[in-house]
Design a protein around this ligand. Structure first.
Ligand code: THU
Length: 129
């Protein structure tokens, strides 16, 4: 299977953002995580009346993949519905670090201005037991 490009992954993230449940912040986020085998899982932020129970799009995408038996990841793209760049929060960085310390992280306001970084730059010295 040929793997999708960073821009294609970004577009999948943005497309999924329309399903975000974000009635409190109004900030809809979509994520698409690419496994080393070429499978893609998307996720959206799901907010809650008890604000602290909110889960970010990145962790939803990752937990969907893990729950389906996929644990090796190559890249994740994150996009918002409103054309604003979103960079993964600290908790998501640590969460993703568990599975893929060198994950490629694709962000950007739109597909013509994507930015690519590596998780180990975004989270130096992430925690592992
Ligand atoms: N959020 C994400 O889903 N991913 C990010 O990278 C940044 C923040 C969500 C959490 C919350 O629902 C909303 O954006 C505002 O913080």
């Amino acid at each position: 299977m040929s793997k999708i490009t960073d821009i294609e992954l970004y577009k999948l993230a943005r497309k999924s953002a329309k399903n975000a449940y974000a009635p409190f912040s109004g900030f809809k986020v979509g994520a698409a995580i690419l496994t080393t085998g070429g499978d893609v899982f998307t996720g959206v932020n799901v907010e809650n009346s008890s604000y602290g129970a909110t889960i970010c799009a990145e962790r939803v995408a990752c937990t969907k993949a893990v729950s389906e038996g996929f644990r090796e990841f190559e890249a994740i793209a994150i996009a918002t519905y409103g054309g604003v760049e979103a960079s993964p929060c600290g908790m998501c960085r640590q969460f993703l670090f568990e599975f893929a310390p060198k994950l490629r992280v694709i962000t950007g306001k739109n597909e013509d201005e994507i930015e690519v970084s590596n998780l180990d730059e975004l989270l130096p010295k992430g925690f592992r037991l």
